[in-house]
Design a binder for this molecule. Structure first.
Ligand code: FUB
Length: 336
């Protein structure tokens, strides 16, 4: 049974989505994608409606439910990235040795998603992009977890996110063409679902330190979730650690849920545990989960303020409750 909880819209004056959230120097910073609408906006199954062209950074003074939200303005523009094609989708930022590293997906000039890195001296930017994408990078939706002094990037997304076009980190079809539910390499029925990926980053934070590995979500019997399971991974990975366990959380895309699975290892496997958030207004659902001053918070987005336009989303936050056994109370996505 999903619980209705108090939620707060964070930035009513602008449309932003896909929040990645971290506490740096005791303050909450939000790294969203910046939704946009113009004449090139076409809604389809490959995500052509998501035409984001820049990133802003937001911060919150104190309590996320009540504190003042500051928009630090534009910190990176598509035009400043040498290899740019289009679409700056969900990014994330991590700190190492006083530098802040932004990881972002963007289509290159061949319409293929690659990962870029941009560096700042301050969590509020500006971020200066590296001249080339990360070697061997592919697909979308990065989230970087710091653990025992190492940094691990989770990534991947189906359909327009192009993940189905890769097996064992090798392209098996043209990602720019096979980017819809009709892609020939999407599994069906009781075939195993396509997993997210995780990869350790190099000490300089600019490359992969190893080959990306599959993040397998299994049921209570240890069997990988199947392609027809409404709880299988689609996009929007976000991993955090609580009481020594790793929580791998994600969006199920076309079944519109935020789900979670728990594991003992950063690489998984993760055992499916349940739904965090039921469907919201709008097609996509995407989130971040953080602990701040002893409480846990879910940041996410919906399309209610834009009247349901899936490509114009608004950021929200609410408290998240853990049960004694480490499971998460399901939150109702639709508010009155
Ligand atoms: O914002 C563009 C895409 O929509 C993101 O990369 C996905 O996670 C979905 O929210």
């Amino acid at each position: 049974m999903a619980k209705k909880v108090e939620k707060r819209y964070l930035l009513p004056a602008d449309y932003m989505a896909d929040p990645s959230v971290h506490v740096f120097n005791g303050k909450i910073y939000i790294y969203p994608s910046h939704d946009w609408e113009d004449e090139s906006n076409v809604e389809d199954d490959s995500g052509d409606q998501y035409i984001m062209k820049d990133y802003h950074v937001l911060s919150i003074d104190g309590d996320p439910m009540t504190g003042t939200v500051t928009d630090h303005g534009k910190v990176l523009d598509l035009e400043d990235i040498a290899w740019h094609g289009r679409q700056l989708w969900d990014c994330d930022v991590q700190e190492k040795d006083g530098k802040y590293y932004m990881y972002f997906p963007m289509k290159d000039k061949n319409e293929v998603f690659r990962h870029g890195v941009a560096i700042a001296d301050n969590p509020a930017g500006p971020f200066i992009p590296q001249p080339e994408p990360v070697h061997g990078s592919y697909s979308i939706d990065m989230a970087v977890l710091k653990d025992n002094g190492e940094y691990y990037m989770y990534f991947g997304g189906l359909w327009g996110g192009q993940l189905q076009s890769y097996r064992d980190n090798i392209g098996i079809e043209d990602p720019a063409v096979n980017n819809t539910p009709d892609s020939p390499n999407l599994p069906h029925g009781d075939q195993p679902a396509i997993p997210s990926r995780v990869v350790k980053l190099s000490p300089d934070m600019l490359q992969y330190a190893e080959e990306p590995k599959p993040v397998v979500v299994v049921d209570e019997d240890g069997k990988p979730l199947t392609a027809d399971d409404p709880h299988r991974f689609f996009e929007a990975s976000w991993t955090f650690k609580k009481d020594g366990k790793y929580y791998f959380t994600y969006s199920t895309g076309d079944s519109h849920l935020l789900c979670y699975a728990i594991g003992d290892n950063i690489y998984g496997p993760f055992t499916y545990k349940g739904v965090i958030l039921t469907p919201v207004v709008g097609w996509t659902t995407h989130h971040a989960i953080i602990e701040f001053e002893g409480k846990w918070y879910l940041f996410h987005h919906d399309s209610k303020p834009s009247g349901g336009k899936s490509w114009l989303r608004s950021l929200k936050v609410c408290e998240l409750t853990f049960n004694e056994d480490g499971t998460i109370e399901t939150i109702e996505g639709i508010d009155e």
